[in-house]
Design a protein around this ligand. Structure first.
Ligand code: UD1
Ligand code: MG
Length: 474
């Protein structure tokens, strides 16, 4: 074991995510609060994965099962190991729960906080690199620090007369002078795993919070003659912790500003009001697309070149082609819009709806799990659900696919070059052939042959309900 050089050691990651997050004043565990549409813990897990560690240990406790579910959206089960901390007795106690897995591992352990979501993989890689190469043989512990104008709330880095690491002191335990220190502990560290667990056995809870602090470990190691290094980083946003909702909102704004700026500078997207547009970091938007104020583009959405998206629209996990015009107040979820389509105003696409090239969906039209063929139109007040519509077909105002019989959903199939008259009810399952026409107000209960014109409503009396009611009374 002794022969393994620091450089060759495997990398494991441990993420602290068991805490309550009291300062959030929430019924939801802090690490499950969302930033850029994803739980805080997912951000940290994704960054950890980028370093290709052998294993990611996640310490869970408060709402642990939910945290586990969130983590498994990001990490595959083979690389994730969950460690329970039933009682939250401090960050040192939290790490100690992973003792059985790690105390004999000759690995480099990178410790991350579930509530520090903006840290970049490049920064962590540099931290690990410095830890392993410190003075040629590596350090026992390397602490990631930054300087903050307002260090309130963070643990401060106290250095000795030679500028070397002396100790970390928590805000609540700090003296007046110590509180003036601007260099803070990010809560992110690299440890030699064996040495960490040896030192952890000696951590006591004699402090203002009565907790077992992980922050006591570096000093314990230093007292044993071990090398403690500091990796000082310049971007303070990266290490900001989320402890309350103001910090969460500030972080969301910073992230969104970055995304919008990148889209403008690198991708040639116009934002009429960049301060009032929400775009997920995972979204892609093409050149010369114009985004009006007050829009949300969420999740993994893709928008092509030369589109116009007017105010009040939400696009979630959807794909929009080139040259598409989306008018005001549309909702597009899990759907696809082809090149040169027009959508809205007030349209709703969901459940894998698909508009093919040059098709149009207009005012108050809802598409659910429906394909609208090339060049086809549904311009006003229409519901199309579980339907497949061919090319160059016109769906008249007020048309409804009656897809639900109270128990099951049924399909409607409409061919090419069909004219569905205004206010047609298509009672599914039903098929309308190519070139067919339905008259205004038709109720179509049977399949329509190609090139046929059908009209009328088949509604007729089949039962006298009053007689039934009368006999029930007798
Ligand atoms: C901690 C550090 C502080 C540092 C700051 C950086 C300690 C004692 N203090 O303070 O020096 O400046 O992070 O953001 O470590 N957790 C558990 N179990 C527990 C307690 C906490 O899993 O028993 C988890 C929390 O869920 C959280 C992380 O550890 O993800 C940090 O805990 P938090 O209470 O936020 O510590 P801070 O007060 O921010
Ligand atoms: Mg914190």
């Amino acid at each position: 074991m002794e022969n393994v050089s620091n450089e060759q050691k495997t990398l494991d990651v441990l993420i602290l995510a068991a805490g309550l997050g009291t300062r959030m004043r929430s019924n939801l565990a802090k690490v499950l609060h969302r930033l850029d549409g994803r739980p805080l813990i997912n951000h940290v897990c994704r960054t950890a994965t980028a370093l290709a560690p052998r294993k990611v240990y996640v310490v869970i406790g408060h709402q642990g099962e939910d945290v586990k579910t969130a983590v498994l959206e990001e990490l595959d089960g083979d690389h994730a190991e969950f460690v329970w901390q039933q009682q939250q007795l401090g960050t040192g106690h939290a790490v100690n729960q992973a003792r059985e897995f790690l105390e004999n591992e000759d690995s480099t352990l990178l410790v991350l906080s579930g509530d520090v979501p903006m840290i970049r993989a490049e920064t962590l890689a540099a931290l690990v690199q410095q830890h392993r190469s410190h003075r040629g043989k590596g350090a026992a512990c390397t602490i990631l620090t930054v300087k903050l104008d307002d260090p309130t709330g963070y643990g401060r880095i106290v250095r000795d007369d030679h500028g070397l690491f002396d100790r970390i002191v928590e805000q609540k335990d700090a003296t007046e002078d110590e509180r003036k220190v601007k260099e803070i502990n990010s809560g992110i560290y690299c440890f030699d795993a064996c040495k960490l667990f040896t030192a952890l056995s000696h951590v006591k809870n004699e402090n203002a919070q009565g907790e077992y602090y992980l922050t006591d470990v570096p000093t314990l190691l230093r007292n044993e003659g071990e090398a403690i290094a500091i990796y000082h980083h310049s971007d303070s946003h990266e290490i900001e912790g989320i402890n309350n909702r103001v910090q969460l909102a500030d972080m969301e704004r910073i992230l969104n500003r970055r995304v919008v700026k990148r889209l403008m500078l690198d991708y040639g997207v116009t934002f009429i009001d960049p301060y009032n547009s929400y775009v997920s970091a995972e979204a892609q938007i093409g050149r010369d697309t114009v985004i009006f104020p007050n829009i949300s583009i969420e999740g993994i959405s893709q928008i092509g070149d030369g589109c116009t998206i007017r105010s009040g629209t939400r696009i979630t996990n959807s794909k929009i082609g080139h040259g598409v015009e989306i008018l005001d107040n549309c909702v597009i979820i899990d759907s696809e819009v082809g090149n040169q389509c027009t959508v809205g105003p007030m349209a709703h696409l969901r459940g894998k709806a698909k508009m093919e090239e040059k098709s149009k969906v207009g005012n108050f039209v809802e598409l659910k799990k429906t394909v609208l063929g090339r060049g086809s139109k549904a311009s006003h007040l229409t519901y199309l659900g579980d339907a497949s519509i061919g090319e160059k077909t016109n769906i008249g105002a007020g048309t409804i696919t009656c897809n639900y019989d109270g128990k099951n959903k049924h399909a409607t199939t409409i061919g090419n070059n069909v004219k569905i008259g205004s206010d047609t009810m298509l009672v599914a399952p039903v098929k309308v052939g190519d070139g067919a026409v339905t008259g205004a107000g038709s109720v179509v209960t049977k399949d329509v042959e190609p090139n046929k014109l059908v009209v009328g409503a088949p509604a007729r009396a089949i039962k006298d309900l009053s007689e039934e009611t009368n006999s029930a009374k007798e």
